[in-house]
Design a protein around this ligand. Sequence first.
Ligand code: AMP
Ligand code: MG
Length: 535
Amino acid sequence: MALALEDLTFDNRFTDDLPGDPVNLNQPRQVHHAAFSRVDPAPTSSPQLLAYSAEVLADLGLATEVADTDEFLQVFSGNATLDAMEPYAACYGGHQFGNWAGQLGDGRAIALGEIVTATGVRHTLQLKGAGPTPYSRTADGLAVLRSSVREFLCSEAMFHLGVPTTRALSLATTGDRVMRDMFYDGNPEWEHGAVVCRVAPSFIRFGNFELPMSRNDTDLLRALADHTIGLHFPDIADGRTSGFTAEDYVAWFAEVARRTADMIVHWQRVGFVHGVMNTDNMSIHGLTIDYGPYGWLEDYDPGWTPNTTDRQFKRYRYGAQPHIGQWNVTQLANAIYPLVGDAEPLQEALTAYVDVFNHAWPRMMAEKMGIARFDATRDPGLIHALLDQLPTIETDMTIFFRCLARVPTSSEATDDERLAAVADADYDPAQRTGDNRALLAAWLRDWTARIREEGQTDDARAAAMHAVNPKFVLRNYLAQLAIDDADSGDPALIGDLLEVLRHPYDEQPGKERFAQKRPEWARIRPGCSMLSCSS
Ligand code: AMP
Ligand code: MG
């Protein structure tokens, strides 16, 4: 039965199980011995609903009509709370760009509470951009429209791509203006304020465990770990909510490491660059979380990051994500060490990350290439030969793999025919000459020979390839076009993109304009190829 908002069943375990901040003062400060501070969302002047996700609404058990009600708008823009909600901001720390940053916390995210659906699924609802909290430090607790459109669309796009992620229920403008210096260059401007309602089993991050460890607060560390395992890792909890052994904590950690590796294999598959893989942005569930200055690879370039704040060292570039994931789970191992008391089992569990990644990544790449039966002795060479030569001239990653499915594989086909089938991926076809052309021709020859060994029909292979190689991703410039329109009052493109991104692997004839290479204007336009953390 589809529900109204009042009928939702709340079970606010995070605030029930864990110690809260005894001080009731919404001012930036250090919060000790507490997992959260109670804080209400700040009222907004004239909220407007720009978009909502019908699937998330349904997941929560809500009726479609609920999204049209004024109550929905008021609740999910921060103007009203349901009686059963117990809004709070979580206290956590984190490593930012490799350095310990101390207490961070939900500076502009306010969780409303946890609901449990009729089928027993738990969802935490959280507003992002809903006003200041004790963790806002020097910032305002607000979010602007451009970053909110990006988070709303991308988290839904990722879900439909099959990438583990937090979800987005709604996107609303607040009617209030927010001052931002987008490029930190002394040119602040007024922008539209906005609020996104995010949905996830929980928003617990690696940083929730790092902060109490850094403060030698083992009681809080244990309470957080027990809450997390007891509620969210039933296979390890086995009915218990406390009294976990060192082995249980290690088993839990290994599971988080595995899920994180699995998530990053997906990122590499679809060409997603998170941009800010700080440990406060790593979900304990292995979900993609905190969509900030993320981007999508256009031309395949492992050295690319969209984040201008990371321009110098490119710590969080596409090609470094697997290694950074490992660095981050190592920080989680350090954080829970006091619960285990022995480094060796944690060290050993850390290999779970490497093992999962090393197993899954080449198989994922082989699938992208249409190889159904991975051959561990030969296929890695074929994968690396392609990845070595793809960046030599600008080649669109998404289009290349999509086109690869239709390259003729018969031994009668010529180099020209094979090259023509992937030519659409080239940003400048005139550059596909000399060595570039010869290398790609040779690779395609090797690849077709390998494909012929598999003995699949072309149609079956193409269908399998299309199921892992999306046609539609949230290209950076498409998100920016939707933002430009929304900024001037027209949210239609947000809805169009949301709709097309619900079926990223389908051909969707007539939607080709959402599957085009980055146009030239977008190469240098801020927001398309370059983003800062300002949001
Ligand atoms: P991020 O890099 O966006 O994940 O943010 C790092 C930290 O800064 C988190 O604790 C955020 O809550 C906080 N933060 C980012 N933007 C704001 C803002 N406008 N107001 C308050 N806190 C913020
Ligand atoms: Mg964050």
